[in-house]
Design a protein around this ligand. Sequence first.
Ligand code: CAA
Length: 271
Amino acid sequence: MGLGIAYVTANVTKLPVVLMDINKEQTEKGLKFIDRLLLKDVAKQKITQEHAEETRARFSTTNTLESLSDADFLIEAASENLNIKSAIFRNLDTICKPEAILATNTSSISITKIAAATKRPEKVIGMHFMNPVPVMKLVEIIPGLATCPEVLETTRTLATSMGKTCTVVKDIPGFVANRLLMPYINEAVMLLECEFASAEDIDITMKLGTNMPMGPLTLADFIGLDTCLAIMKVLHENTGDSKYRPAVLLQKYVDAGWMGKKSGRGIYNYK
Ligand code: CAA
């Protein structure tokens, strides 16, 4: 998702972007992915060759957080894990200039908790993009308990300049998008677990019966079963409500390393 966010930022807002990953291989792969997106958009005549070259020139990469000390706005898109995110924010807080805004693309973790890892919780905000970022029009903006109104406004301006429509949501588990989407996906996995219908029939029902672009199980594979499980666990643990209990089959697939499309196997087999 980080790459999708970076692509839209450089391509639409025309701001310079630094791609950061601790692994050099990932930033190299990232630039290749950006090149592919640009080529595709040129081929579809969505952008000119000149526009593509200008966009590409806005990218640089780094593998150390220290080199982000000059950045004005940072968007973290690491794995959906509070410890990882808190460590990143703790480090960014010591490295980044005091006025820098630290945003997180978390899909369900409390912004207030992530902000508490820093000494600038007023500058920390949730900026929840949808996958695939270049296509999906929504950004959920989530102020934490201490986020100041100016930071909310700057974040809204940035998301709008990316061509996105923003909603503002309180810092509740799952926010709005995943509070609705994940129980729906989880219920579909439970139906499969109980063998009430085949995966294909569950998906066809929602695709053809309610005009969803993808059925819930295809969508779960697309999002990543590990991500779906992590979000269900956040909903379950933070509300204490049994209606959010993750499906046993969802846990089993993740235990097996079947993470969905990205691992070649999930609910469906992609190999
Ligand atoms: N990156 C960039 N562009 C992409 C893309 C990607 N990964 N995948 C598809 N696209 C583009 C295609 O290039 C195509 O563009 P054009 O119209 O310009 O040709 C367009 O999207 C449509 O793609 P396709 O024709 O290949 O396929 P499709 O019509 O089946 O659409 C889809 C694909 C957009 C993914 C569609 O199936 C869809 O909307 N699915 C639901 C996606 C969804 O619900 N996302 C939210 C997930 S939840 C989330 O992200 C939040 C969270 O916290 C978990």
